[in-house]
Each structure stands twice: as structure tokens, then as C-alpha cells.
Design a protein around this ligand. Structure first.
Ligand code: MN
Length: 262
């Protein structure tokens, strides 16, 4: 477990990496359990993740209250983090995102997000889907805006690494900030690959054992990806995931010679 300064540095880097790798946009957030203070976690104030610096990190208890007299506006969905930390002592970092490739798997009944390649072995055989209507009824704004909804989401997550949130996004957990970031990036990668493979025909997925062994191997290699992503995050933003899902070219009124909008 890194010291406080190193942990906050990782948390700031995680915000920037997850933006550049296309997991977060102006929304979504990443947190870390506070190793110095039991029952607390670290999370930025309500702001775009790409702009987060160390001074923006706030400390919350698991009920979602700020510690001390910090009056800066917090993320509405901080209850995702508090309730998962409460339910899962093994979890030390959490990423909540609306990454685009994952959304279809939360709304299409009959197809579960599951490990399609070795890099996403942590997904295992099936990813749970959280249905907010079961707790909030048919007229919510889909946000996890209180403890009750956070606890229901944590129950849906169960012992898994990822839970999808119908019509909203997903939440990914890890034993460290770096592992949670790794898993969040490859959850999005897996979703894109699985969508593509399903268009081609019947899909052969990893077995549970293959997924488990691949995941264990990858866990020893996380820093290799982290160092690359951190270096890239210090350069120009890429936002690859968003771009590749949007139309590459929007024809103008005259067709082929129309204006290019990207
Ligand atoms: Mn959200």
C-alpha cells in the first residue's frame, strides 16, 4: 500500500489516464480507500476528471459525509464508493464511468459482458447488471444519489470486479488504484471486442479457469501499462473510445464533398 502522498499522486494520475484512455469524459470518478483512516476514502471534488489535481482531493466517510469542514461540492454519486468500500474490505479503489462500449451490455438482455480475451480475464464468466428500478422504482434519474442505492449497487456487484448499471454505465473495483484503472480500461476494450465478435457469429469465450489464470498473470504486469498510460496522459488528450464510437464523417448536403466534422 503506497503512502498518503504516493496514493494521492496515483489517484490524480488515474483521473488523467482514465480520461485519455476513453473511460471517463466530463463525468465519472475514481476513488481510493484511505489507508491511514479506517472508514474513509479519497475522491475529487465534483469536477471533470481530466482537470483534477492533488488539491482537489477530498476525504469522505462511508456515509458520504465530508471529513472536517470541507464545504466544496462533492460528486452526487459518492455513495457508490462508500457503500462498496463498506461491503468489500478487499477493495481499495473504485472507478465509476459511463464508458460508451459498455452501455449496450447493460441494456441488452440475453447477452452478458464476459471475458473474450486474456487481457480482460478479471471479468470471468458473466458480469452482473444493476437494475435501479428494483430499488428506486420506475421514475429515478438513474443516479446513485443516496446510501440505499449505493448499498443495492454493492449487493449487485457481489464478489465481482465489475458491475454494469442499466442505462447508465459501470463500476469497476480493484485492490489498488492501478489495478482498478487497468480493469476499467480493459472492461471497455472487452466490451468493444465482444460487440464486434457478436456481429461475426458465435463467440468462444474464455473458460472460468482461463480467465482466472490470465487475470493472475496480468496482475503482475499492471505497472507496465500504468507507466505508459501515465506518460501518454501527460501529452495531448486522445479520448479514443469516444471518437471511435462517433461517426467518423458527417456528409454535408452535397454528399462526398461535404464538410468534415471531427
Ligand atoms: Mn454516473
Amino acid at each position: 500500500m503506497p503512502g498518503a502522498a504516493a496514493l494521492i499522486a496515483d489517484l490524480v494520475d488515474a483521473n488523467h489516464i482514465l480520461f485519455r484512455e476513453g473511460v471517463l469524459d466530463g463525468f465519472g470518478h475514481v476513488s481510493a480507500r484511505d489507508p491511514q483512516r479506517p472508514g474513509r476514502f479519497l475522491l475529487a471534488r465534483s469536477m471533470a476528471p481530466a482537470l483534477v489535481s492533488a488539491a482537489d482531493i477530498m476525504r469522505f466517510d462511508f456515509d458520504g459525509n465530508t471529513a472536517g469542514k470541507d464545504l466544496r461540492p462533492p460528486y452526487l454519486e459518492r455513495f457508490i464508493h462508500g457503500e462498496i468500500y463498506r461491503a468489500r474490505p478487499d477493495v481499495n479503489a473504485i472507478v465509476h464511468s459511463h464508458s460508451l462500449g459498455v452501455i449496450p451490455f447493460g441494456v441488452a438482455s440475453g447477452t452478458r459482458l464476459r471475458a473474450i480475451c486474456h487481457m480482460s480475464g478479471f471479468l470471468g464468466g458473466a458480469t452482473p447488471v444493476f437494475e435501479i428500478r428494483a430499488t428506486a422504482g420506475p421514475a429515478s434519474d438513474l443516479l446513485i444519489r443516496d446510501r440505499k442505492l449505493g448499498a443495492a449497487l454493492a449487493r449487485s456487484l457481489g464478489p465481482n470486479a465489475v458491475v454494469l448499471m442499466r442505462g447508465h454505465g459501470s463500476t469497476v473495483v480493484g485492490a489498488s488504484v492501478r489495478q482498478a484503472v487497468f480493469r476499467a480500461v480493459y472492461t471497455e476494450v472487452n466490451a468493444r471486442l465482444q460487440s464486434e465478435a457478436l456481429r461475426l457469429g458465435a463467440v468462444t469465450y474464455l473458460t472460468e479457469q482461463e480467465a482466472e489464470l490470465a487475470s493472475a498473470t496480468n496482475d503482475s504486469q499492471i505497472n507496465r501499462a500504468w507507466e505508459l498510460w501515465k506518460a501518454l496522459a501527460g501529452q495531448a488528450p486522445r479520448r479514443a473510445a469516444t471518437k471511435s464510437l462517433l461517426p467518423r464523417r458527417v456528409p454535408g448536403p452535397s454528399g462526398a464533398r461535404g464538410s468534415r466534422q471531427d
